[in-house]
Design a protein around this ligand. Structure first.
Ligand code: ADE
Length: 221
């Protein structure tokens, strides 16, 4: 199994995979881990990787180009691409078991306000490690690598893992940043209308739809 981690903060990973079970799994060649700084793929003269959100609002949004180029240069037919995001599917042990059977995982770590919504079109899975917001996807990526590695045959004895057994209740709305059209995918017209009342309503509706679709249990609360 190979795991590629795409991050803007590669140094966060410098020690974590050099200890204990993961260290031994790497030494035995059962798992290969590569840390890739996707800023290196930015075509911006200042290597910018983020921009302000269309429609206004707080924070910066990660742009499409560096992430698309990075993923397209490393993925193969066997790759599964996973975005770490607080509005993804809740990570469960069952997910770890099924991911441990894959040959190549690409873990995409966000930072700042979030990803341009169109980046999601690249991903096979969107995973959240819990109903709380971290400063980025790096710690969740560590959680995935750790929980998956121990399930790879030969890493630990099978017997030992066979025994293993939120404020407004809404998920976030989709974000978009420049460019307005990327690979034929367009930013919803309303976000460039300048009508902030309508933008608010649109976002609330999107938040509600997404929550209803993905986490109806939150609405029941
Ligand atoms: N990024 C920020 N918070 C996260 C979470 N809870 N799970 C996955 N990625 C995240």
């Amino acid at each position: 199994m190979r795991i590629d981690i795409l991050t803007l903060f590669p140094e966060m990973f410098s020690k974590i995979f050099e200890e204990s079970i993961i260290k031994r799994a790497r030494q035995k060649g059962l798992i290969e881990i590569r840390i890739i700084n996707f800023r290196e793929y930015s075509k911006d003269p200042h290597q910018k990787v983020d921009d302000t959100p269309y429609g206004g609002g707080h924070g910066m949004v990660l742009t499409c180009q560096p992430i698309f180029d990075c993923i397209e240069s490393i993925r193969t037919e066997e790759s599964k691409i996973i975005m770490l995001t607080p509005d993804g599917t809740l990570y469960k042990q069952q997910t770890a078991y099924s991911l441990a059977k894959e040959k190549h995982l690409i873990l995409l770590c966000g930072h700042y306000e979030g990803f341009d919504e169109r980046i999601r079109s690249l991903c096979d899975y969107e995973i959240s490690i819990g109903d709380y917001v971290l400063t980025g996807g790096e710690i969740p990526a560590m959680v995935l690598v750790d929980s998956i590695t121990r399930l790879i045959p030969g890493v630990i004895e099978k017997e030992s893992h066979l025994q293993d057994s939120f404020n407004n209740q809404l998920l976030d709305y989709p974000d978009y940043t420049k460019p307005r059209v990327f690979r034929g995918m367009e930013v919803p017209e309303i976000l460039v209308s300048g009508d902030h009342k309508k933008i608010d309503e649109f976002r609330k509706q999107m938040s509600y739809n997404r929550t209803k679709e993905r986490r109806p249990d939150l609405l029941e609360k």
